[in-house]
Design a protein. Structure first.
Length: 310
């Protein structure tokens, strides 16, 4: 059993990652922590609460975290995810309130209470993890493992030619997290851009999902295909965050290689670039992805979601 804290900025693919986590018996979801990223913190926190309510899991605490990056101003991805972060989906007001702790404090408390048991899965900007490390550096030795969706090592970025969105949003936080000395794996664009679902894949789920979750998934992805991707003339939904979540209990889906990875903090054109050196094995700070079983992930995702919501 993998005890997970999911640090997230929902976000359409964040929502799909959450549904996959709830559909996977290997995972015990301890908490959600929210951060500004795809949209502002008020939206990401409300979205997390509303998605848990939709899935009937109001028992899972949601702690709001950083409302801005460590140093830079917040830049969102509303053009991709819609103004509220979930496309055109409007969920009812959640019946549950956020947990009273700040996200960083909840991360510290849960990790230190169960040394070697908690895995942190960060699928948004890394501000909350950096704040937790600054406040309690011992979590780096107490955590079981850390998985991050972020970076572009041997491929172009998706927000600039050099940088991937989550790292670009708070590169200073990423620098802190990358150099914390904890067991760290990143799931970067190198592999997430190889894993995608089509409108036909999501339509296939319509025959096996209950009404509420079916409505949510189809409406969110319809926005992505019909509004955002219409501008770039493609029909592929890259499963960035769900792949990162799946890797926590199926690491065999990805081929990993140790690498030394750092983050560019100064470049006018390269801010947020993740620079990887695969030759410095003795100084490696990250397990980096070099290949992915795209078909295996696609089968896993469709089967898990189909079985969890008959």
């Amino acid at each position: 059993m993998h005890r997970i804290i999911l640090d997230t900025d929902p976000g359409i693919d964040d929502a799909l990652a959450l549904f996959l986590a709830l559909a996977s018996p290997e995972i015990q979801l301890e908490a959600l922590t929210t951060v500004c990223g795809n949209v502002n913190l008020d939206h990401t926190t409300r979205n997390a609460l509303a998605l848990l309510s939709l899935a009937g899991r109001e028992d899972i605490p949601v702690a709001a975290g950083a409302s801005r990056p460590l140093i830079l101003p917040h830049g969102d991805a509303a053009s991709v995810h819609g103004q509220n972060g979930l496309g055109q989906l409007q969920l009812p007001e959640p019946h549950i309130a956020p947990h009273p702790q700040h996200a960083a404090d909840l991360i510290i408390e849960r990790v230190m209470q169960a040394p070697g048991e908690i895995t942190l899965v960060a699928i948004g900007p890394l501000t909350n993890l950096a704040l937790a490390l600054r406040k309690e550096p011992r979590i780096a030795r107490a955590v079981r493992e850390v998985y991050i969706m972020g970076g572009a090592l041997r491929v172009p970025g998706n927000v600039t030619p050099a940088a991937e969105f989550n790292i670009y949003c708070d590169p200073h936080a990423a620098h802190v997290v990358f150099h914390a000395g904890w067991p760290l794996r990143i799931v970067s664009l190198d592999v997430t851009h190889q894993v995608s679902l089509t409108p036909e894949d999501f339509a296939q789920l319509a025959t096996s999902l209950d009404g509420s979750v079916k409505h949510a998934i189809l409406q969110m992805t319809d926005f992505y295909f019909n509004v955002f991707q219409a501008e770039i003339a493609t029909k592929a939904f890259h499963m960035h965050d769900p792949l990162c979540l799946a890797a926590t209990f199926r690491p065999d889906l990805i081929t990993w290689q140790p690498a030394y990875v750092d983050v560019e903090l100064q470049g006018a054109l390269t801010l947020g670039e993740t620079v990887a050196d695969f030759k410095r094995h003795t100084q490696a700070n990250i397990q980096a992805p070099v290949a992915v079983d795209a078909a295996g992930f696609r089968t896993l995702f469709l089967e898990r979601i189909g079985q969890a919501y008959p």
